[in-house]
Design a binder for this molecule. Sequence first.
Ligand SMILES: Cc1cc2nc3c(=O)[nH]c(=O)nc-3n(C[C@H](O)[C@H](O)[C@H](O)COP(=O)(O)OP(=O)(O)OC[C@H]3O[C@@H](n4cnc5c(N)ncnc54)[C@H](O)[C@@H]3O)c2cc1C
Ligand SMILES: *[C@@H]1O[C@H](CO)[C@@H](O)[C@H](O)[C@H]1NC(C)=O
Ligand SMILES: *[C@@H]1O[C@H](CO)[C@@H](O)[C@H](O)[C@H]1NC(C)=O
Ligand SMILES: *[C@@H]1O[C@H](CO)[C@@H](O)[C@H](O)[C@H]1NC(C)=O
Ligand SMILES: *[C@@H]1O[C@H](CO)[C@@H](O)[C@H](O)[C@H]1NC(C)=O
Length: 505
Amino acid sequence: MGRPSAELESWLLGLWLLLCSWGCLANTELQAPPDKIAIIGAGIGGTSSAYYLRQKFGKDVKIDLFERQEVGGRLATLKVEGQDFEAGGSVIHPLNLHMKRFVKDLGLSTVPTKGGLVGVYNGETLVFEESSWFIINMIKLVWHYGFQTLRMHMWVEDVLDKFMRIYRYQSHDYAFSSVEKLLHAVGGDDFLGLLNHTLHETLQKAGFSEKFLSEMVAPIMKVNYGQSTNISAFVGAVSMTGADSGLWAVEGGNKVVCSKLLKASKGNLIPGSVMFIEEKTRTTSAGNPTKMYEVVYQTGSETLSDFYDIVLVATPLNQKMSNITFLNFDPPIEEFDQFYKQIVTTLIKGELNSSVFGSGVENQFGLSTVLVTDSSDLFINSLGIVSPVKEEGNPLPSTDGTYVWKIFSPDVLSKKQIMKFFLSYDYAVKKTWRAYPVYQPPQKCPPIVLHDRLYYLNGIEFAASAMEMSAIAGYNAALLAYHRWNGRTDMIDQDGLYEKLKTEL
Ligand SMILES: Cc1cc2nc3c(=O)[nH]c(=O)nc-3n(C[C@H](O)[C@H](O)[C@H](O)COP(=O)(O)OP(=O)(O)OC[C@H]3O[C@@H](n4cnc5c(N)ncnc54)[C@H](O)[C@@H]3O)c2cc1C
Ligand SMILES: *[C@@H]1O[C@H](CO)[C@@H](O)[C@H](O)[C@H]1NC(C)=O
Ligand SMILES: *[C@@H]1O[C@H](CO)[C@@H](O)[C@H](O)[C@H]1NC(C)=O
Ligand SMILES: *[C@@H]1O[C@H](CO)[C@@H](O)[C@H](O)[C@H]1NC(C)=O
Ligand SMILES: *[C@@H]1O[C@H](CO)[C@@H](O)[C@H](O)[C@H]1NC(C)=O
């Protein structure tokens, strides 16, 4: 009688061990936190990850942020006659919950970004012109496009609805080790498939007309991503949300979110350019050999280096943008040969020549934004009146009656090109960006985990590039680094979370 019970006992022990390897870790002591974490890049991705890393790892970990230019990165302002205007990322959607939360947590204020009336120019004439009368707009839209505008709205809302599940997963601390797994977790195969198809073919299949695609959808892709409707359907949907109402910006400039996040995270800003990252074995003060990452950076004419337990790369990894070399990794970590589109922001204070748009009587021109179709071989992507970052409500003309206009274009504009649209101008400033990825479906996203404790945030831009996407990637990387540090594999890459969390609440 002794043997079966011993067998049962060992079987039970085995079962316990098995269950324990799944669940008990959850109750065991956490690892001692890391000593030092490096973040490369102090844009919204890097600073939001610093904020969330601090929350997860606690007050004792040292967090260094390397930034070779300005805190804010692609969130930046340009000055026109002493006033600041957004030059990079400018509008935020009302359902961008991380950005909303930052503004609230950091005690910042928002300003609505009222667009004014929009027209669509095809290089010869305005093919669509918004009216200030809501009912007239509705009639115009239905007249031109039937109920496609409404159906478009529903299609975008459906994508957004699913995507917003990520907030619930993140609030329950779940992390993902790849962008594809993250997208799959929010909406399954169909959702992930949005990366594989162009917006054009997706909407064509859904029954939208060529006229609607070229006059309504293409101009929105052009102003938001400088590309055609051949971008992937996911970034296309994100871009369409830029046509929703209720868009806002941060008073004083969106970049203020980054400097405030940096301060709140008690991160240490190191002005310098990171050149190399190398894994090395170091002996700790207790005498144990430990694998760490050496970060080599240049500051002024000096080359310095320091060691870190965890490294987050929060800038696009390519030679033109970050130029970081990974030394002695096996397998090697290569640069991702994925291209970023050049976009030039030009701010012009002057008087528009509205007859360019063939819109009848001069002083009846009431549009404040002109979008362009793909067919026009124009040298601009969009043109619109903007307000300074400190101002609420509709843009006001300056005392001489002129406005400040913002133009996006693929190349730097010559004086002659500017004069094609203006009667006169007395001020023009510009900034050239490597703005966002060139989207070419089927779209593959670079990995998040580059090595054991080395993470990469900006692969998410290949799904879609936006402030909120970088913030989502920042939170995800912080959670992922935390769970991997503590061996909590049960918190990583869980599929079917939607159903699971639904029954939990
Ligand atoms: C013209 C334009 C308009 C846009 N409009 C919108 C919009 O309306 N709404 C929206 O949501 N998004 C918009 N975007 C996109 C949005 O701005 C970006 O997706 C977002 O700001 C990216 O943030 P990030 O932190 O991931 O990268 P970045 O802001 O690029 O930050 C990376 C940082 O890393 C630094 N860095 C790079 N290499 C190194 C190195 N080797 N060592 C040290 N530091 C390094 C860089 O200097 C930079 O500051 C727009 C972008 C552009 C360019
Ligand atoms: C997307 O396309 C790739 C090939 O480019 C394929 O391997 C993958 O299975 C596709 N994914 C989906 C969800 O359709
Ligand atoms: C989109 O891609 C198709 C097929 O590659 C091409 O024929 C078409 O010209 C592209 N459209 C635009 C607007 O670039
Ligand atoms: C990139 O960095 C390497 C080594 O630090 C340097 O030799 C090269 O000139 C840099 N390239 C660019 C495009 O900045
Ligand atoms: C304004 O634009 C129209 C149409 O392109 C052009 O004929 C006219 O010469 C322009 N006016 C000025 C002052 O440049």
